[in-house]
Design a protein around this ligand. Structure first.
Ligand code: NDP
Length: 326
């Protein structure tokens, strides 16, 4: 049986990846922050078959011990401080979380014989204002926020360990991807949950920043399939994962409110305080390399994704949903 270790298993992608690997017959292990582990916040969608291991990924001995004990065939490094505003509030912690964890895992993998194959979840935020449309694997890196900068450095470390240490190490350069498990700190999750809460009388309005901002939004379940495919290929390299299609925040609003049968004009207000300064927009990706080498392609349409997210929000527990909307 193949064995895989997933960091960030409690997050959106970690849960879907765990389900995918189990469906492929893997024995799945998750590395979890000790505080999260002790708070017993194991998401209900994670099966009991998955072993959870408390570990501080910034600590080299702890990482080495876990890898030594498990000797996985594949390591998927998804854990990260993923929230851009938080990365401005605490850039040091963001660098620790996103760079040092990657470095410790690369070092730990390299020590094993045979070394596991390694996947790192990088981001389109490494590009910032590239001026290029669409973005691909050759686009110069110029991040505009500490989150993007931390991921840019981690991405370089992965490439360096591949090129100079011979590790089978892959960067997936991920554009936005969403799902019913997307948290309310992200704009699609916020909008879909707000539409559902307003419909159910649990919220009165939704405050947003720039609704003309456009993104390349895909489905998390399609993306984790790409993560897995990238480690099954003969050769390690970096891949863009993106849909190649742009949609605006306003389109998300219109679809989410249409799903619950409400007119968004009556409930949505623009709050200038929510408009980001250094908004690298529009950001659209060219995933031709992943499509050609991995036979990967996004399968879920944007319309179906936003509808599904809104319908799922309608069945959230009211106390959880209340905490999540404006
Ligand atoms: P989530 O925010 O849903 O999950 C983040 C995971 O990382 C959680 O398991 C969380 O654990 C863990 N984590 C958070 N902070 C730390 C920390 N300081 N140290 C260790 N672990 C931490 O992210 P996604 O699942 O959406 O994203 C997965 C990966 O893909 C991330 O690396 C992200 O940067 C990247 N990515 C995602 C995109 C997207 O649109 N979803 C786009 C581009 C890149 P805990 O439960 O303990 O909080």
């Amino acid at each position: 049986m193949q064995r895989a270790l997933i960091t960030g298993i409690t997050g959106q992608d970690g849960g879907y990846l765990a389900e995918l690997l189990e469906s492929h017959g893997y024995e799945v292990h998750g590395a979890v922050r000790p505080a999260t582990f002790s708070a017993l916040r194991r998401p209900s969608h994670l099966s009991d078959r998955i072993s959870m291991h408390p570990v501080d990924l910034r600590e080299a001995p702890a990482v080495a011990e876990l890898l030594d004990r498990l000797r996985p065939r594949e390591v998927y490094h998804l854990a990260a401080q993923t929230h851009i505003p938080t990365s401005f509030e605490d850039p040091g912690a963001t660098v620790e979380a996103n760079v040092m964890t990657t470095l410790r895992l690369l070092e730990g993998c390299q020590r094993l014989a045979p070394p596991p194959r390694f996947f790192h979840a990088s981001t389109s935020q490494i590009f910032g204002y590239s001026g290029q449309f669409p973005l691909d694997e050759q686009t110069p890196v110029r991040p505009v926020n500490p989150y993007g900068a931390s991921k840019a450095m981690a991405t370089d470390l992965v490439r360096i360990w591949r090129e100079s240490q011979g590790l089978f190490a892959v960067n997936g350069i991920l554009f936005n991807h969403e799902s019913p498990r997307r948290g309310p700190d992200f704009v699609t999750g916020k909008i879909c949950r707000a539409a559902a809460a307003i419909k159910q009388g649990r919220a009165r309005k939704l405050l947003l920043g720039d609704t003309t901002a456009q993104r390349d939004w895909g489905d998390a379940r399609d993306f984790v399939d790409g993560f897995w495919r990238s480690l099954q290929h003969n050769t390690p390299t970096d891949y863009i994962f993106a849909t190649g299609k742009l949609h605006s925040v306003q389109e998300v609003v219109d679809l989410a409110f249409a799903t619950v049968g409400l007119d968004p004009a009556a409930y949505v207000r623009i709050d200038p305080g929510l408009i980001r300064n250094a908004e690298p927009s529009p950001v659209v990706g060219n995933s031709a390399k992943a499509r050609a080498l991995l036979d990967w392609k996004p399968r879920t349409s944007f319309v179906n994704l936003i509808r599904e997210m809104t319908e799922a929000a309608l069945s959230l527990d009211p106390p959880a949903a209340m905490a999540l909307v404006v």
